[in-house]
Ligand binder design. Structure first.
Ligand SMILES: Cc1ncc(COP(=O)(O)O)c(C=O)c1O
Length: 424
């Protein structure tokens, strides 16, 4: 569709009418705004919406629990025992991995701990972890606690590469140079696929190569990347990655998280793993022997019993992803986010997310002097977004359920918002 300089409401509606993926919106339950009509929900980068099929999927498991009790783990049909195994394939398609490289388990931060235990192997001078800034606090806490636990100095041995003063996002060249310059000191490069604050999507293949050339392990936090941008983690040679499933993956609040461990590590019995009985090969899990013989692949990191109740909504959501496929979703995301970016370019608003569609996913981060107050005013007009201190609003037109008309409405509401402090 041809771009127009100042899209009108009619133009937005026409785009929705012509959109082959528009009907997927109907698969989700839309929160309501203060007037009882559907909110303009632009917070899918924080909590994805509930698939209509989630409740039924959950009911199935509640029903099985009520009827079968413990036997639900082993019934021939849909046994809980293999629930996480069944989700590996759809999750692998989302991130471009082999199913054997995926495990579904725990929460994101806990999984970062598990993976740092395996892949952060400081050795003499090579003891530092390099990350991109702004660094999400939970990632920082996980990293610094590992440094401290191994007798290292969290202040010196965590190197966070921040954007240059006066700029908001990192240049890939600068990250590459930082990795190269510190090569002899780096044990691990741990980066965000899409940065939580800026919405910048990093060049994963290139930076993974840079980390490997420096002699370091390379891991990624895909919290804001999984289900948002196209990934090919196996081919990109990433060592490991972790992500939550409650954002773009719509698994529900606190839904089970996921990890990727490249088969070159996961199939190697000498890779150190923290043990637990769920990480044992399922055929031997009930042997109850003292030895920990981990399952091959990422499954070897699954230490604890998974919750079918936490997995059911995720399974419902992954089925939708399989119907759409990441390439189509990403194409719609580029178009929808680009459309919103063009509308915002007409307003006195600073968008810090890169303008290049290849360097961002669905999220646009807007800087305001009084961002929290702007968020509150937007809420009164039925817009759901989120605030990240000190001065950012994060806005995500999610391609599975947001529309061009919502992008247009958001821009119109923002333009007409009373009060000062917006714009830069
Ligand atoms: C980049 C990033 N890392 C870590 C976390 C923490 O995730 P969790 O609370 O699920 O461990 C989040 C949560 O939003 C995040 O965005």
């Amino acid at each position: 569709m041809a771009d127009v300089a100042r899209p009108t409401e009619a133009d937005a509606l026409a785009r929705d009418a012509a959109d082959p993926l528009w009907s997927f919106r109907d698969r989700f339950l839309l929160p309501v705004g203060p007037d009882g009509s559907p909110a303009v929900y632009l917070a899918g980068q924080s909590l994805g919406l509930q698939p209509r099929t989630a409740r039924a999927a959950l009911d199935v498991e509640l029903d099985r629990w009520s009827r079968l009790g413990v036997d639900a783990w082993f019934t021939p049909e849909r046994p809980w025992f293999t629930y996480t195994e069944r989700l590996r394939e759809p999750m692998a398609r989302i991130v471009g991995a082999r199913p054997s490289e995926i495990a579904i388990l725990n929460g994101l931060t806990v999984n970062i701990h598990l993976l740092l235990a395996s892949f952060f192997r400081p050795d003499g001078r090579r003891r530092r972890i390099l990350a991109d800034g702004p660094l999400f606090p939970s990632d920082r806490h996980a990293i610094t606690s590992h440094l401290a636990q191994r007798g290292l100095d969290p202040d010196r041995d965590l190197v966070v590469v921040e954007p240059h003063v006066g700029t908001s996002v990192l240049r890939t060249d600068d990250l590459e140079v930082a990795i190269r310059d510190r090569a002899p000191e780096l044990a691990l490069v741990f980066l965000s696929g899409v940065n939580f604050a800026t919405g910048q999507s990093h060049e994963i293949a290139r930076l993974t190569d840079a980390g490997h050339a420096a002699g370091a392990m390379v891991g990624w936090d895909f919290a804001h990347a999984a289900g948002n941008v196209e990934l090919a983690v196996h081919d990109w040679n990433v060592d490991f990655a972790a992500w939550c499933t409650y954002k773009y993956l719509n698994g529900g609040p606190g839904s089970s998280a996921a990890i990727f461990v490249h088969d070159r590590h996961g199939q190697d019995p000498s890779t150190p793993r923290l043990g637990g009985w769920w990480g044992i090969d399922p055929r031997r899990r009930f042997d109850m022997t003292p030895a920990f013989g981990p399952a091959a692949g990422a499954a070897g990191w699954e230490a604890s019993t998974p919750s079918p109740l936490a997995l059911a909504p995720l399974a419902a959501s992954l089925a939708i992803f399989d119907e759409v496929g990441m390439p189509a979703l990403r194409a719609r995301s580029v178009s929808l986010t680009g459309y919103l970016a063009r509308l915002l370019a007409e307003l006195p608003v600073e968008v810090i997310t890169p303008a290049d569609p290849a360097a961002r996913g669905s999220q646009l981060s807007l800087r305001f002097d009084d961002a929290e107050a702007v968020l509150a005013r937007l809420a009164t007009r039925g817009v759901v977004a989120d605030f990240r201190a000190p001065d950012l609003l994060r806005i995500a037109p999610v391609p599975l359920y947001n529309t061009y008309h919502e992008a247009w409405r958001f821009a119109s509401i923002l333009r007409d918002l009373p009060g000062s402090g917006r714009g830069a």
